[in-house]
Design a protein. Sequence first.
Length: 300
Amino acid sequence: MNYKLSHLKQLESEGIFIIREVAAQFERPVLLFSGGKDSIVMSYLARKAFYPARIPFPLMHIDTGHNFEETLTFRDAWMEKIGARLIVAKVQDSIDKGRVVEEKGPTASRNGLQTVTLLDAIEEHNFNAALGGARRDEEKARAKERFFSHRDEFGQWDPKNQRPELWNLFNGRQLHGEHFRIFPLSNWTELDIWQYIQAENIELPSLYFTHKREMVNRKGVYLAKSDFMGLLPGEKWEEMVVRFRTIGDITCTGATLSLAANIDEIVEEIAATRVTERGGRADDRRSEAAMEDRKKAGYF
């Protein structure tokens, strides 16, 4: 496929334009980096946007402390490869300071605690724009987002109070204490991401490819065995052949049963699937409006 003559080239140009616009409009931007495919593509675009100079703003990882080891290994190697400066904000520090209270029990997760850690880090470093890898096709709450998503002085999101975006004009004007979340990949789909990774031969964590792992089937969500996971009555660990379509906190990131061992096979698989990648996220199933509630509170 000659992607330079396809819609992927248009999406790449749009993403690079928005990233450069952020660097032009905001004094202290930061790129949020999770180690997942979307943040990897976004950091790749940022590198392209300013090459041969370095990315002119830092990257930041909100570390729950409940990560896949493969994610952290890839994160550190990727930062070295692209020559980026990394800031790590830890949920454990928020717990130690009494800023959040950790959940207890076998279904406990730190995923929801990231909001406070993120907002504290934005305030500590005085960031006034945070680039994220969210896409509108992921989840219905994210479909409401603009490219420039305004957040009030409390870091909260009001979907009814967003700026109009006409053509390629973006309004980054803000009052003291406010900031923006910027989403350069808004118009991309999951298939677009994978086809771009395929075309550009971008490296990824091994979690995205088929492998054997001890898992538990929890109400249709396949969760990986870890020191942070307990079993409910009637559950047991089983060896399964899986891969992950999305990467996050190990306690809530569901895997998919898959034999896709390379990018070509993943592209074929994604093209045929009818289930969104977040369909396997246990945190999104806590309520009908789980994502929207977290976004309004200041989550990604």
